[in-house]
Design a protein around this ligand. Structure first.
Ligand SMILES: *[C@@H]1O[C@H](CO)[C@@H](O)[C@H](O)[C@H]1NC(C)=O
Length: 264
């Protein structure tokens, strides 16, 4: 008698389970393979539409272009009219020039009808992200080369001043910088206060020097050294995704100086 009841119970239980799997109400795959996510949840691999709205802080020129022009200018931020060209003979410094090109592209408003991945907004209330136009790599290269160089003090002071400026901003306070973007391609960029910007989105060339809590793939962006990867200029078709027969990608490295450029 009891046997019958138990068997019936097991039968009904199995019936319910197989019915649920059949109807899709029980996702057994995610139970056994918790890392397998349903592909429909992945974001589409294309540029954002509408474009990302970026607010750029107004920083005095000593934080950016003054390190290129060496002209002591006013406290007013640089504009597209007095944006300096990148110096031709700056070979080595160019490898860290991502900060220069990012700022320049935000200043440049774009031609009519040009589609853009990111546009500058002047009201921080409408921003999706905040760009900090401090050339931290160039600052290290210009002011802070050796640890004992007295000019290092200028590099340190700029970092202190940037943080003082940001921590007063309610947008920084709101997110502890999580939606703030810092280009920091030189491994020594922002070295004095780097652990105050742990939460920010950093543009780096690799993760060789910093602990995971400070810099990692979940939040940061890896950009190649400018001299390592040639520009791909012919990238304007209407539907680049379909039109491309070649996949271009940057094969970054996890560790600095562990790079083979010739055949790998
Ligand atoms: C930033 O991250 C590093 C590494 O995880 C950690 O040692 C440091 O305490 C963090 N700094 C702050 C201010 O949280």
């Amino acid at each position: 008698m009891y046997e019958k009841v138990v068997l019936t119970f097991i039968f009904v239980f199995l019936l319910i389970i197989s019915y649920s799997i059949f109807m899709g109400t029980l996702d057994i795959r995610s139970y056994f393979f918790p890392h397998l996510k349903s592909p429909t949840l992945e974001p589409a691999p294309c540029s954002p539409d509408p474009p990302l709205r970026v607010y750029m802080y107004d920083l005095p020129r000593r934080f950016n272009v003054e390190m290129i022009t060496h002209r002591t200018a006013s406290e007013s931020p640089v504009t597209v009219k007095d944006w300096p060209p990148w110096p031709d003979n700056w070979g080595l410094k160019k490898q860290h020039s991502v900060e220069y090109w990012m700022m320049g592209s935000l200043l440049h408003e774009g031609e009519d009808g040009e589609s853009r991945e990111a546009v500058r907004v002047f009201d921080p209330e409408f921003a999706d992200a905040f760009f900090v136009p401090f050339f931290s790599s160039l600052s290290f290269n210009s002011h802070g080369h050796t640890m004992t160089d007295p000019a290092t003090e200028i590099d340190r002071q700029l970092q202190v001043d940037v943080m003082e400026f940001l921590t007063k901003s309610k947008y920084w306070q709101r997110s502890r910088g999580r939606d703030h973007i810092f280009p920091m391609t030189h491994p020594n960029a922002f070295r004095f206060l780097r652990n105050q910007v742990n939460d920010t989105i950093q543009v780096v060339v690799d993760f060789g020097r910093y602990p995971k809590g400070m810099s990692n793939l979940n939040k940061d962006v890896v950009s190649p050294y400018v001299h390592v990867v040639d520009s791909f200029t012919d990238d304007e078709p209407e539907d680049p995704y379909e039109a491309r027969s070649t996949l271009l990608f940057f094969r970054g490295r996890t560790f600095r100086k562990d790079v083979c450029l010739a055949d790998c």
